[in-house]
Design a protein around this ligand. Structure first.
Ligand code: G6P
Length: 608
């Protein structure tokens, strides 16, 4: 979603802003803009469309000279994508410029009040109330004015602000939307995502809720919402800059699929010691683990799909009841939670608005929250009681791949830990599970070696209109992800169905030549799913099966088979996901789409 980059220092701001915004393109956006102070006035440049358009109209930043500036990529929420709705927004005189991520929920009443006071609005955005409010309260002291304004706006915001009469400073503030401050020898930066700044520095400060930052060339000072100064600790980000570069791959998505063996290894290995699962971050005694009543897993998108897999794995191994919820449902349905329940939230970005709200709901009801998160220091990581990081490194492509795989590993580890503490598996079984987990990276490598086979198959289906993914149990969970991967980047309509549910409606959609992807990895359910394959084939479907190497019966039932190496039944999704991700990737590539930037989608969904 929207991205912010700001800079003040010895270098020219526009180039740094453009470069930073380019790193945030992966988040999804529809227009871009920047405001730079040139020594006399604030110049604004903005344009609908790709960042390239902004680059062209500013000749790579040349036409907006100066050493202090703020930039933005917008993902439209209030008002269509257009030049006028793009950020920065300014007051009438153009002396205050603002970029904003988030949603100002009380903007209608604020707009009405400002209009009554004679302010004219040019855009349809909620953001435009901010420069006018700043203008209205401005007393010559930007810090005091920002403090007044943030106490009057409701909703979520991360803000970058410049005041023409304070050219040696830029300002930032945030609530419920991410924003970091960073510094190096040449100046100070703000960004909504560390990826934008990795090239310049890895030393960052996290701005807290309703806090304000004042940046100069030399450093940053932080204030609470009453403008009282507060101390902040500098934190080093460990990701390296190369991880956010394509490194020879045509798209980040393929690069990230290729990083899955490493991601699995990095998430797994530090938590296995002497054939035991050790999750220090859990901070739970054995007694506490034994007294968990229920587990509630809450997440969005693909992270939710890992939760669906985890339900089968945790209930199967540890015999603890697990509810899985979509975060946007959980937060509003007044869920029945007991303080003895453990709430697990899962998020790659650590910034998903609905998932964050789920933490608040869990806390209101007295539950402990464990977050499985990829982005270190993200809001969800800070708000949860315990954090288990997935060591996937920066994930750039909008469609998640390696973070999904890392989340699965984290969840398997939790299942194994709880199962061994609660005595539902013994040491011998635990050792066998660990043995299989350790083999996964190498097995994923093997599957990646067969990518041409999937590519050829995908090329036949670039014109497909509808695709159905079916499976039972854990195979149903991976069908959900396979279907999402295909539809989100290739715009082919697809649906996932529990194979046994087909007969209750969906089978009427099967026609001659419809592609059905059947996932058949659960041995006890082979026969059942094979019957469903026969049913769709009898109605003309073409069936591709994703199955285990030792399933010879599949050859008779399906038209085409992709085999995954032998692993424990609980872990098959870690392997089956690879051909399904590759399938989505190659259909999108075959259709000539921008795989990493699917239309209308955002990497990090920071608004409801
Ligand atoms: C967006 C992304 C998905 C992701 C979902 C949840 O829709 O495009 O790939 O699964 O958000 O995001 P999170 O960062 O919370 O995992």
């Amino acid at each position: 979603m929207c991205g912010i980059v700001g800079y003040i220092g010895k270098q020219r701001a526009a180039e740094i802003i453009l470069e930073g915004l380019e790193k945030l393109e992966y988040r999804g956006y529809d227009s871009a803009g920047m405001a730079v102070y040139d020594g006399e006035k604030v110049n604004v440049a903005k344009a609908m469309g790709r960042l390239q358009v902004l680059k062209e109209i500013t000749r790579g930043g040349e036409t907006v000279p100066g050493h202090a500036g703020i930039g933005h990529t917008r993902w439209a929420t209030h008002g269509e994508p257009s030049n006028v709705n793009s950020h920065p927004h300014t007051n009438k005189e153009g002396t205050i410029a603002v970029v904003h991520n988030g949603i100002i929920e009380n903007y209608i009443s604020l707009k009405k009040k400002l209009k009554n006071k004679g302010y004219e609005f040019r855009s349809e955005t909620d953001t435009e109330v901010i420069p006018h409010l700043l203008d209205y309260y401005y007393n010559g002291n930007p810090l005091e004015t920002i403090s007044k304004v943030i106490q009057r706006i409701e909703g979520s915001y991360s803000l970058g602000i410049i005041f023409a009469d304070h050219p040696d400073e830029i300002y930032a503030a945030r609530k419920s939307s991410p924003l970091i401050v960073a510094k190096n020898d040449n100046g100070c930066f703000i960004a909504s995502d560390a990826t934008a700044l990795l090239k310049y520095t890895r030393n960052v400060y996290y701005i807290g809720e309703e806090e304000i930052a004042v940046l100069t060339e030399k450093g940053a000072h932080f204030y609470d919402s009453d403008a009282e100064e507060i101390e902040k600790e500098e934190i080093e980000i460990k990701w390296d800059a190369d991880a956010a570069e394509k490194g020879g791959y045509e798209y980040f998505m393929l690069k990230e699929i290729y990083e899955e063996p490493k991601t699995v290894r990095d998430t797994l290995n530090p938590r296995i010691r002497d054939n035991k699962v050790v999750i220090d971050e859990l901070k739970m005694t054995d007694e506490e683990i034994r007294s968990i009543g229920k587990i509630h897993i809450v997440a969005c998108g693909s992270a939710y799909h890992t939760g669906v897999t985890a339900k089968y794995v945790i209930e199967g191994m540890a015999r603890i009841p697990v509810n899985v919820d979509i975060a946007s449902e959980f937060r509003y349905r007044d869920p029945l939670l007991d303080p003895s329940d453990l709430v697990i939230v899962i998020s790659q970005s650590g910034e998903t608005a609905d998932t964050k709200a789920a933490i608040e709901e869990a806390h209101r009801k007295g539950c402990q929250v464990l977050a499985i998160v990829n982005v270190v220091g993200s809001s969800i990581a800070r708000e949860a009681d315990k954090v288990m990081y997935t060591w996937a490194g920066p994930e750039i492509s909008v469609a998640t791949t390696k973070a999904y795989s890392a989340q699965l590993i984290a969840l398997y580890l939790i299942a194994l830990k709880f199962a061994s503490v609660r005595g539902t598996i013994d040491d011998k079984q635990l050792a066998a599970y660990i043995h299989d987990l350790r083999k996964l990276p190498q097995q994923i490598d093997l599957l990646l070696g067969e990518k041409e086979k999937i590519q050829k198959f995908a090329n036949r289906y670039t014109a497909a209109k509808d695709v159905f993914f079916i499976g039972r149990g854990i195979d149903y969970a991976i069908s959900l992800e396979g279907s999402l991967k295909l539809k989100e980047i290739s715009y082919v309509h697809s649906e996932a169905y529990a194979a046994g549910e087909l007969k209750h409606g969906t089978i009427s959609l099967i026609e001659e030549g419809t592609l059905v992807v059947a996932v058949v990895t659960q041995k006890d359910l082979y026969d059942k799913t094979i019957s469903n394959i026969r049913e769709v084939k009898a109605r003309g479907a073409f069936v591709m099966a994703v199955t285990n190497v030792d399933n010879p019966d599949i050859e008779k039932a399906a038209d085409y088979a992709v085999y995954i190496p032998e692993t424990d039944q609980y872990f098959t999704n870690s392997l089956a996901v690879i051909p399904l991700q590759l399938f989505g990737y190659y259909v999108s590539l075959g259709k000539g789409y921008d795989v990493d930037h699917p239309r209308n989608l955002a990497k990090s969904v920071t608004v409801e």
